[in-house]
Design a protein around this ligand. Sequence first.
Ligand code: SAH
Length: 206
Amino acid sequence: MIRQQIIERGIHDERVIAAMRAIPRDRFFLPDARESDFADRAAPIGHEQTISQPYMVALMTARLQIASNHKVLEIGTGSGYHTAILSKLAAEVYSVERIKPLLDAAFERLLSLDIRNAHFRFGDGTRGWPEAAPFDRILITAGAPQIPEALLKSQLADGGIAVVPVGPADDQMLMEIHRAGDNLVSTDICACRFVKLIGEEGWAEQ
Ligand code: SAH
């Protein structure tokens, strides 16, 4: 999976590849979805949510350029797979999820993998985690209708990087956003499709 789907498509960041090799992806699937473990696509994790395609996880993580002393905020814990990868690269990971059963399952998985530097919170991640801010990096793994400026300007460290899918519900642009003082400078990475980010700086709940 790592060689064919990630390295051969141009991701060569050694730390990201090592982190992905260290985390057993099959542990993050529902029992009846196990045949999708290493497939080249997103897969259902229940509650109408999905675990991202391995390549997308690698791409987003590589763009974040995480250093071992970084504090990272993740919005959209989902299965906890991406959280686990981040925990191998950063000093501390703070992950927020709005669906309680997903959060609980992710918490158990990371505990069983003996990961101690990931912290979890139930709620609307677009409000961030003010007590732990500022964050060197912010990763959003659900699609936002627009750049969540209030969150990034208040909780992303100056000089920090965020990776966020932004755009209409069925067609987003993955963006890399750098904070420089009060400015947010964004670069398009590629087209993508994520489940909706629902919350104060996201989509309204149906
Ligand atoms: N990175 C995850 C993929 C998660 S899918 C993985 O590796 O499995 C996106 C997740 O974002 C869903 O679980 C969804 O419930 C969650 N989400 C959507 N809006 C949110 C919000 N405002 N705050 C926290 N989580 C949110």
